[in-house]
Design a protein around this ligand. Structure first.
Ligand SMILES: Cc1cc2nc3c(=O)[nH]c(=O)nc-3n(C[C@H](O)[C@H](O)[C@H](O)COP(=O)(O)OP(=O)(O)OC[C@H]3O[C@@H](n4cnc5c(N)ncnc54)[C@H](O)[C@@H]3O)c2cc1C
Length: 815
């Protein structure tokens, strides 16, 4: 049989079933779901069934919260029980730092209206009298913590799918995804049938990686043995038994019809690889009991719940679960193969996430994007290096344990694998660089001047590196500093319609003079910002585009997909061909003039321009821009020339006391300058008007993607805006402002912070925040509001800054 359909789904676990259900609910498409064995027989049936709606970020919480609604709704719709039951839950803290972390998470719960409360150890005993609490500092209570029966849930999804006219084919293994000339064609089944379709959704759990790899797509996940035990019935249990997460011990406890379920998240999880690429083994795989691996959890559970000491174990469940290098799922359209969507790598929360992920992915497939920004879990964040088998195995030493580990600011992955290094790495080490990790790169966080400055100290309080960033920034502001920016994503766009393509992609007018460069943003249909980039015109049909480090694959694939509609346009990813060195500070011109062939005076080389320049016989490209807000140039050079160019500039700067500036100081400097950036201040849900970067909107330029939405918003007004807030301190202790802290106006929650810093040149405590207000309220009215920021339960007064606190007129940068 040869069949044509719109969408094929591979995998009938909780996730694939939910995607099918939501696609059919949205309607307008034909869907077939192929399951190699029986539905739910992969990983889903193993699940302990915990449903925990409170996650570490706003959008992940919004995704998780939908489960509470859907799991009961499905019961009404299908008449089949999902076993969904709200029990409430506790997150236990044994020390002050953990309590601080929980207070920060508590704020997130408050923002979305969950029933969250910080409780004392005595209050813990009131809801969970079976627990020992004498070692606790406190706990976080969540009303909406719940449980579901994974097997019943899968059956209810399947029933819903059938009611909606969908087709589930069990015992139908998919052999491969089919492509033709790099384009998705459909799938081939093991029985020889070929199914043509223009969209495939890969929900094959741990088997997804291989199916994807066969068509050149990276889905970096690794299965490990994941275990829990179920005890004999316990008489004294008082129902409902709340879900308990004993974070320090890495163990969870949950009630189950009079018994307890005990599971945990360990270091050095046991890697497991399937014997066959396609699961034709009948499913319901179960590994042997491993008490060596599980004993620490059992002991921890007994310490927390003494009655377990004398309770027998009824069942040992050990099944495979997929974890990812950054412990976040992999969702969305793959950059390598448009039309292929993925939802896999659920890091032990796939059953509860199935509801929200199914709904958002269906929106993504049918309407081009999810209802809210999902960059955090977007598969386009992934680097091919993450997918190397050796790197995946190494990451499993930590990935599972990360679930309950402290989420310290500046926490570094250990071991560090799958990362690029700057071509200047050796030089930066010699200069004292202390490296930290961006998603794809190791970057200098700061430059140490003594052994004591080399260690990264974790705390939620005052950061030891604040003084270092101040030292680095002061030196730059007084003279000149070098900043390694090699991690920038760099693209070259050429061809007959390259200008037309960029005009459509960017909100600013890209019809610039040769040698001119502009900061601009790329929008979606709704006017939301999809990328922020610097575009430089090198020739009439040749442009250079530079964007942030983490969005490399997302920016490239999105630009390529859109530019494909234009004649003869080629986009190349040049990220690893070039190193970039920022030379910033009031003496940058004098230093560079010693080694550059070009006249660097403003009349000859104005701000916002790019030139090819000779240095020591080598040709480099100099771009006059500054993210730090100082006079300066970004020097783009061939990787092979990088060390020599660096040496020449450093030697030229010796007389001027040239120094180095790390990423943390740069981040503080950009906030002091009021420069936001994508994935912190704005994302695909925030428009340039809301982000207060209207200056990027071209005045004559009218035909860019998102223009209509922007025009409408200009007429109708906005109801959220990005503000730069200064925290007004009453004491000398400065709170750590990260992101996602609550912003309150007269006790009402009105927004969240997006990033924060102690300004390294001004000393001001600053934070960007996205704040809601009444439509029609003017910026001046907003400035006069009484806004406070809540950090870990403490309130801080703020004032809205109407201009950047550092060099508001930009005279230093443009001088
Ligand atoms: C011990 C344990 C406890 C857990 N506890 C919880 C919990 O409390 N809460 C929670 O939310 N999550 C929990 N999880 C995690 C959860 O079970 C998973 O994240 C979730 O089941 C993943 O669902 P899935 O649909 O992505 O994958 P799966 O359930 O594995 O479904 C994938 C399906 O794809 C099929 N398939 C694969 N290849 C092919 C092919 N080529 N052709 C056709 N079909 C194919 C497989 O047969 C399988 O049925 C737990 C997991 C384990 C192991």
């Amino acid at each position: 049989m040869n069949g044509n359909i719109d969408i094929a789904i591979i995998g009938g676990g909780a996730v694939g079933l939910s995607v099918a259900y939501h696609l059919l609910q949205m309607g307008g498409c034909s869907v077939r779901l192929f399951e190699a064995n029986r539905i739910g027989s992969g990983t889903s049936w193993h699940a302990a069934g915990i449903v925990g709606p409170l996650r570490s970020s706003l959008n992940m919480t919004r995704i998780a919260m939908y489960a509470g609604h859907l799991f009961s709704e499905l019961e009404n719709e299908t008449g089949k029980s999902t076993g969904y039951r709200q029990t409430g839950g506790l997150w236990l803290a044994q020390n002050h730092e953990r309590l601080t972390e929980l207070r920060r998470i508590h704020a997130m719960g408050n923002r979305v209206g969950l029933g969250v409360e910080m409780v004392s150890p005595q209050e813990v005993t009131q809801v969970a009298p079976h627990l020992r609490v004498d070692d606790l500092a406190g706990a976080l209570w969540v009303d909406e913590d719940a449980q579901v029966s994974p097997v019943d849930l899968c059956a209810a999804y399947a029933s819903g799918i059938k009611q909606l006219g969908g087709l589930i084919e069990e015992g139908q293994p998919v052999e491969r995804i089919e492509t033709d000339n790099g384009k998705l064609k459909g799938i081939a089944l093991l029985n020889g049938e070929r199914v043509k379709c223009d969209r495939v959704v890969l929900c094959a759990g741990l088997w997804s990686r291989t199916l994807a790899a066969n068509v050149g797509v990276d889905v970096p996940l690794q299965a490990v043995e994941h275990m829990y035990v179920v005890t004999e019935p316990i008489d004294q249990l008082r129902e409902p038994v709340p879900v308990v997460r004993d974070l320090e011990r890495g163990v969870y406890l949950k009630g189950d019809t009079g018994k307890m379920v005990i599971g945990g998240f360990e270091k050095h999880a046991k890697i497991w690889n399937p014997a066959s690429e396609i699961p034709t083994d009948g499913g319901y795989l179960m590994f042997a009991e491993d008490w060596d691996q599980f004993a620490p959890f059992m002991q921890a559970a007994v310490e927390r719940m003494p009655v377990l000491e004398s309770t027998g174990i009824q069942m040992f469940m050990n099944g495979p679960e997929s974890f990812t290098p950054d412990t976040k799922p992999l969702i969305g359209e793959t950059p390598e193969l448009p039309g292929l969507f993925v939802a896999a790598g659920f890091n032990s929360v796939g059953v509860m996430s199935s509801a929200g992920v199914g709904r958002e992915l269906s929106e993504w497939i049918l309407n081009g994007r999810p209802r809210f920004d999902l960059w955090e879990v977007d598969i386009r964040r992934v680097s091919p290096k993450w997918n190397k088998t050796k790197n995946l195995h190494l990451r499993m030493q930590e990935a599972v344990h990360t679930q309950f580990a402290m989420h310290w600011p500046l926490k570094q992955p250990e071991p560090r694998v799958g990362l690029h290094r700057s071509p200047l790495y050796e030089r930066l080490i010699s200069a004292g660089a202390v490296f930290g990790c961006l998603p794809h790169w190791e970057v200098p966080l700061w430059y140490a001047e003594s052994e004591s400055e080399r260690s990264i100290i974790h705390t939620f309080g005052e950061q030891p590196w604040w003084d270092i960033t101040q030292r680095e920034a002061e030196r730059m502001a007084a003279s000149v500093a070098l900043i390694d920016l090699s991690q920038f994503s760099k693209f070259k766009i050429t061809g007959k319609q390259s200008l037309e393509g960029l005009q459509y992609l960017c909100d600013g007018d890209m019809d610039m003079r040769l040698g001119q460069s502009k900061y601009t943003v790329m929008l979606n249909q709704r006017g939301g910002i999809e990328a922020d980039v610097t575009v430089s015109r090198i020739d009439s049909n040749c442009f250079r585009v530079v964007s942030g480090a983490s969005t490399r694959y997302r920016d490239f694939s999105r630009m390529r997909q859109i530019l494909d509609y234009f004649d003869d346009v080629l986009i190349e990813d040049r990220t690893q061909d070039e190193a970039v060195l920022g030379v910033m500070g009031p003496l940058a011109r004098e230093v560079l003039q010693r080694v550059f062939s070009e006249n660097l005076q403003t009349e000859k080389f104005p701000f916002g321009h790019i030139r090819k320049v000779k240095i020591g016989g080598m040709e480099v490209t100099a771009l006059r821009r500054s993210y730090a807000g100082e006079l300066g140039w970004e020097i783009f050079m061939q990787v092979d020339d990088a060390m020599m160019v660096y040496d020449l500039i450093r030697a030229a700067g010796e007389d001027f006391g040239i120094s180095h500036l790390g990423m943390l100081a740069l981040d503080g400097c950009r906030i002091e300058k009021g420069f936001g950036h994508w994935s912190h201040e704005w994302d695909s849900d925030v428009t340039p008007i809301e982000a207060r970067i209207e200056h990027t909107l071209g005045t004559r330029h009218r035909d860019y993607l998102g223009y209509d939405a922007i025009r409408r918003q200009k007429e109708q007004g906005v109801s959220q805006r990005l503000l730069l807030l200064e925290v007004l301190l009453q004491t000398s202790e400065r709170p750590l402002l990260l992101h996602d802290e609550l912003v309150l106006c007269d006790d009402e929650i009105v927004g969240l912070t997006t990033s924060g810093a102690v300004g390294p040149r001004t000393g001001n405590l600053l934070s960007f925040a996205l704040v809601e207000f009444e439509p029609g309220e003017s910026f001046l009215e907003i400035c006069n509001k009484h806004l406070q920021i809540e950090v870990a339960g403490d309130l801080y007064e703020t004032r809205v800054l109407t201009e950047a606190p550092y060099d508001p007129d930009g005279m230093r940068m443009r001088g």
